[in-house]
Ligand binder design. Structure first.
Ligand code: APR
Ligand code: PHB
Length: 391
């Protein structure tokens, strides 16, 4: 088999890239380790920047997003028992975010790919190997139904997440990695209950961070900070709701509706960047190249901006016979990536209890929160990062 771009991974990065390339007339094949149902079963964040919704518009897959997505013009910060609204819409000259689950984005992209008859090879397990990407004729080999296959291509897009084969195929000496692991995780729960408030509440409390988020007017997502070694199975639904309740203000507590969990899991918090993001004809995009802690909801949005740059680079290559986009891909992505890394690290540091912060650290955190909600300059800095920096 031969294609122009071989895409490894059918997460949001791979599917979005496939769609953008298809729209530009560039042939592509996606190879995915898991089944489509498995990919759709993963629960991830759900806050889309304007840049991301624009891209989904460009791909022609945003009908359901505009119908069901919830447009939010602000977020609420809860600390010292009181809530403070950050009016992002006013502070950024009209920008908003859209709350729409990553699972739904993936669903819409998969449906579009299927309708267009594009090739996605699912359930190849750990069989993918990458070859000759340092030359002009890269190849991807994989096993499907007990048979070995080879896909020849012009380029390989490594969209296979943090644990994927793409980054692991790069010689160690060619890669520099930067990493920070936070000493806690998020215990998350999904339930068919109405949201506590019409906007997201990010809470800094004596018992740790909490977040009240949502998927729709009838489905909510909640998180509480837990020690990093905590296991979800140690938490009954009641224990979760009780812990969340202690981290809310009285009004939010009154509005909290509880119910059986549809999903419960612990996610570790990590910051990670691999540089560069291009090795000859192999390009990394999304979680394959970088991870952010979820506090700023930047993971999916960063994946979308990488993919925008990458599709533009391939279009320049085929249409204009220019290598400028390909040559500048890594540098362009990393500028935006590091800004989102900084913001996600800062927001995480501001909102969580750190075991070694001490009383001095605690007081500084309170002072910064106080400054943040009282200063237009500081609120604007939060707002413009949260809604997303320009491409
Ligand atoms: N071969 C083929 N596919 C693979 C392999 C492999 N060896 N390893 C991983 N994959 C697949 C995974 O099964 C997954 O479906 O690659 C896909 C990567 O998807 P994501 O992990 O969702 O990463 P990405 O598409 O970059 O999306 C970034 O999604 O994971 C969240 O927090 C992240 O929101 C961010 C966004
Ligand atoms: C979510 O709804 O899952 C969510 C929202 C905002 C975040 C992280 C996760 O910052």
């Amino acid at each position: 088999m031969r294609t122009q771009v071989a895409i490894i991974g059918a997460g949001p990065s791979g599917l979005l890239l496939g769609q953008l390339l298809f729209k530009a007339g560039i042939d592509n094949v996606i190879i995915e380790r898991q089944s489509a149902d498995y990919v759709l079963g993963r629960i991830r964040a759900g806050v889309l920047e304007q840049v991301t919704t624009d891209l989904l518009d460009e791909c022609g897959v945003s009908a359901r997003l505009h119908e069901q997505g919830l447009v939010h013009g602000g977020i609420e910060l809860l600390f010292k028992g009181a809530r403070h609204r950050i009016d992002m819409r006013t502070l950024t000259g009209g920008k908003t975010v859209t709350v729409y689950g990553q699972t739904e984005v993936t669903h819409d992209l998969m449906d579009a790919r299927k309708a267009e008859g594009l090739t996605t090879v699912y359930s190849v397990g750990n069989s993918v190997t990458l070859h000759d990407f340092d030359g002009a004729n890269p190849k991807v080999r994989y096993m499907k139904d007990g048979q070995q296959h080879e896909l020849e291509c012009d380029f390989i897009a490594g969209c296979d997440g943090y644990h994927g084969v793409s980054r692991a195929s790069v010689p160690e000496a060619a890669l520099t990695t930067y990493e920070k692991v936070y000493p806690f995780g998020w215990l998350g729960i999904l339930a068919d209950v109405p949201p506590v408030s019409h906007e997201l509440i990010y809470a800094n409390t004596g018992r740790g961070f909490a977040l009240c988020s949502m998927r729709s007017p009838t489905r909510s997502r909640f998180y509480v900070q837990v020690p990093m070694e905590e296991k979800a199975e140690n938490w009954t639904d009641d224990a979760f709701w009780n812990e969340l309740r202690t981290r809310l203000d009285p009004q939010a507590r009154d509005h909290l509706v509880t119910g059986p969990s549809l999903e419960k899991s612990v996610a570790p918090l990590r910051s990670f960047v691999a540089e560069p993001m291009r090795f000859g004809r192999l390009f990394l995009a999304g979680d394959a190249a970088h991870i952010v802690p979820p506090t700023g909801a930047k993971g999916l949005n960063l994946a979308a901006s990488d993919v925008k740059y990458l599709s533009a680079a391939f279009i320049e290559h085929y249409r204009d016979k220019s290598s400028a986009g390909v040559d500048h891909y890594s540098e362009k992505c990393l500028r935006r990536v590091w800004k989102a890394e900084r913001f996600s690290w800062w927001f995480t540091s501001l909102m969580h209890r750190f075991p070694d912060a001490g009383e001095f650290g605690q007081k500084l955190q309170e002072a910064e929160l106080d400054y943040l909600v009282g200063s237009k300059a500081a609120s604007t800095a939060l707002a413009e990062n949260y809604v997303g920096l320009p491409l």
